[in-house]
Every structure is written in C-alpha cells, then in structure tokens.
Design a protein around this ligand. Structure first.
Ligand SMILES: Cc1cc2nc3c(=O)[nH]c(=O)nc-3n(C[C@H](O)[C@H](O)[C@H](O)COP(=O)(O)OP(=O)(O)OC[C@H]3O[C@@H](n4cnc5c(N)ncnc54)[C@H](O)[C@@H]3O)c2cc1C
Length: 402
C-alpha cells in the first residue's frame, strides 16, 4: 500500500482557504494524499471588512469547521513556529507534520518601518483581534470624554490619527468618523471637538485610483470632518503625542496604523528567497525559488505581473486567484501535467466610505476603467465581498449560514 502523502496549506485567509478547498476537490478520490490546513485561529477572517469590525458594524469571522465540514481537509489550529524545508516538516506549538508539498499563505503583518515608538503606541488593523482592540479603545475614550470637564483633555481624547492613506486607512477613517460622530451625539458632546486626521507620507492618498475618483473621495472625507495631511511623515510617537516631518505634532491617545505591511519573519528564517517587504520570490507558476515542493501566494508572495514586470499588489482578489491556481499546479506537478502560468486578472478596486457610500472602478477590456462613486459603488463593493462568501459556500458544498 502507498504511504499517505501530506499536502499542507499554511494560513486559512483568502488565499489559503481557497487553495485548501480546491486541493480537496482535486484530490477527493486520490486516497494516498491528505490535505491539511493550519491556522492560528479557528476562524477565517474577512480581512477586507476589518475596518467595519473595528466599529462593530459587521461580523467578519467564519468558523473553519463550517467551511470544511463536508470536505476531506484536516484542520490544525496552531501557530506555525518553524518550516523545516530541508526535512519537509512544519512545526506548530503542538505538533510536527511531514509534507510532500506545501502552500505558504500566511498573509502579512503591520510594517512599522523602525519609526520610533510606532510599534509600541499605535493600534494596528490587521486581524480580528486588532479590530476588537480598536473598538474597545475608541468606546472607552468616547465614554471617558463624556465625563471629562477639562476642555483640553477632552479634545485630546477625541483626537484620532490614522497613519497611512491607502485603501485600509481611508476605509477605516470614514467608519471611524461615522461611529465617533454617533457616539459623541449619544453622549451629548459637541461634535466640533472631534478631530480625525488621515496622515500620508506621499503626495496623494490612494495611489491606484484616478485623479477624478481621488478628488471625489477627498470631498467626501472633508464632509466627514477628516483632515487629510499628505506629504506628512510620522517621525516618532509616544504615549500621548504623534510627531510629524513638518515639525508639527498632535496630542492624541489614538494612532491607528495602516501605513504598510510586511511578511512574517518566519518566512525569511525558513530560508526562502525573499524580496521587498520580506515576501517570498515566486516563479511564473507561483513556486518558491529553489524549493520545487513549495508554493507561495497572497500577501506573503512576491509574484510579478508578466504584462508589466511589476509586483502583483497585496490584495484579496489576487490571493483568491492565486489560491486556486496553486492547487491546480500542485495537482499538475504530481501527475506530470503542464503547470499553468499565473496571469493576474485585475477586476477593479472599490473603497468603502462609511454609511452606504463607496467609490471605485471596474476593469473593462482594453485596459479601460469604469468609475463609480456613491450608492451604486457601494452596491458593487458589497456584491464583490458577498461573492467571496458565495464561492466559499459553493466550494465547500455547504450552503448553511456562516
Ligand atoms: C482593513 C483592510 C481592508 C482591506 N480591504 C481590501 C479590499 O477592499 N480589497 C482587497 O482586495 N484587499 C483588501 N485588503 C487586503 C487583503 O485583506 C489582503 O490582501 C488579503 O487578506 C491577503 O490574503 P492572504 O490569504 O494572503 O492572507 P490573509 O487573508 O491575511 O490570511 C493569512 C492567514 O494566515 C494566518 N497566520 C498568519 N501567521 C500564522 C502563523 N504563524 N501560524 C498559523 N497561522 C498564521 C492568519 O491567521 C490568517 O488566517 C484589506 C486589508 C485590510 C487590513
């Protein structure tokens, strides 16, 4: 009898869960292969909606057991502590598992760029736990401000800084504005005491959108009393103050950091060849350089777009596409079939702007873009996010409510 061979997927985020489900379908009658999925949490996080979770607007976690209940996937809830590529073994705090193929889909974490005090005094928004921390922190500050008789210290409590003017920074700032404005009104405080600043080192926010959409978004941010500070770097941070490159500073107890991401140190420590932001360098089939049995995808992989030669951005839409392709390529590898080259399909980009509003664009043929802003954009944005849930249900063959 053939020995059982393990195919292990590390990380049950967008790319990992998609890859595991597809592997499970491809290998469903190949009884000498076993599919394993490892994640530190027993749930799949809808990371693209974390800004909503940070103000308790939406549920963003789906228990893994519901996704895999009808699939031949063995789930291990544990933190991966070591990937031994020489001996093809993965270690968690509880166990060691041998593998014949491995998929690295561990996502990313905040990059603090060695800015003094930033990792100690800022709140990252990269996980469900981060979103819960932010919610608790904001709720406490609003409640404390409501009984604070000192105008200066009350203003300080109601001063919020969001570091990073990319998609997640803009989305979070708008949710924050809606949420805190409502809290302030509930506590019968003056809303002119609220100060939200969105700080960006580059000369513009949202570098991937057209000037037309950016200008429309800027108007929306203004209407939500969000001050956008471009060309402004955060130079250092302490417990109650954020300092900027223009020699100014803001007294605040809240700095939410969305200004950059990098791959986990575990990747480099395992011996993978890494590029910018510590991401694993992969070839056109998403195979890690020098390790023919290891594939990498999503935020922790550095894949190049063959059309432009540029790195594929860290985004859920690409992690999902890569997850399916990697599963197919492992299957093709094992059965001696031609592997498929990765060509990213850019579908568009939508930015939610709080209550019933969004802005963005859909990709059209011949590199054309169709822009949307307002209610319709919000419907499209919601539809894109719902599509992921729909596909999860379809691929897991489980139509129960998540
Ligand atoms: C607030 C916010 C809004 C966003 N909005 C959008 C958007 O609108 N559109 C878009 O395309 N992208 C968006 N993104 C980016 C998108 O979420 C990521 O690109 C996407 O999640 C990457 O998928 P992934 O599978 O690579 O990693 P992830 O989805 O991050 O999954 C990684 C998984 O690995 C697990 N893990 C990590 N380390 C370990 C370990 N040591 N041991 C065990 N498990 C581990 C984690 O628990 C997690 O489940 C947003 C991101 C944020 C933070």
């Amino acid at each position: 009898m053939n020995a059982i061979k393990n195919i292990i997927v590390l990380g049950a985020g967008y790319g990992g869960i998609t890859s595991a489900l597809k592997l499970s379908s491809l290998f469903r009658r190949h009884y000498n292969f076993r599919i394993h999925l490892i994640d530190k949490n027993p749930y799949h996080t809808l990371k693209t909606q974390l800004h909503e979770a940070a103000v308790h607007k939406n549920e963003v976690i789906i228990p893994i057991e519901r996704i895999i209940s009808k699939k031949n996937i063995t789930f291990h809830c544990g933190t991966v502590t070591k990937i031994d590529l020489a001996n093809r073994k993965v270690f968690t705090e509880d166990e060691a598992i041998d593998f014949s193929f491995i998929v690295i889909a561990l996502g990313s974490k905040s990059n603090f760029y060695s800015i003094e005090g930033l990792s100690d005094y800022s709140l990252p928004l990269q996980s469900y736990e981060d979103a819960e921390n932010i919610y608790r922190h904001i709720s406490q500050l609003c409640a404390k401000a409501s009984s604070d008789q000192d105008k200066v210290s009350r203003r300080e409590k109601l001063t919020f800084v969001v570091g990073g003017g990319g998609l997640s920074g803009v989305e979070f700032a708008t949710e924050l504005s809606d949420h805190v404005t409502q809290c302030i009104s509930n506590y019968r405080l003056e809303d002119d005491e609220l100060n939200i600043s969105l700080v960006e080192a580059a000369d513009k926010i949202l570098p991937n959108v057209s000037d037309y959409i950016r200008n429309r978004i800027a108007t929306k941010l203004q209407s939500k009393n969000i001050n956008v500070l471009t060309n402004t770097r955060i130079t250092h941070v302490n417990k109650d103050e954020v300092f900027f490159s223009n020699s100014k500073s803001l007294k605040t107890g809240t700095l939410v950091w969305t200004g950059g991401i990098r791959a986990s140190n575990l990747i480099r420590e395992s011996g993978f060849k890494t590029g910018s932001a510590g991401r694993i360098i992969v070839d056109e089939y998403l195979k890690a350089k020098d390790f023919p049995f290891a594939y990498a995808l999503g935020d922790n992989a550095l894949a190049l777009n063959p059309a432009t030669g540029l790195p594929v951005p860290a985004a859920a839409q690409f992690a999902l596409q890569q997850g399916r392709l990697v599963a197919q390529n492992i299957y093709n590898d094992i059965y001696g079939r031609q592997k498929i080259k990765y060509i990213p399909k850019v579908l568009g980009e939508f930015i939610s702007l709080g209550k019933h509003l969004a802005a963005g664009w859909l990709a059209l043929p011949f590199s054309k873009k169709l822009s949307f802003i307002g209610f319709l954009a919000n419907l499209l944005n919601t539809a894109i996010k719902e599509k992921h849930i729909f596909l999860l249900r379809k691929e897991s063959r489980n139509w129960i409510t998540y």
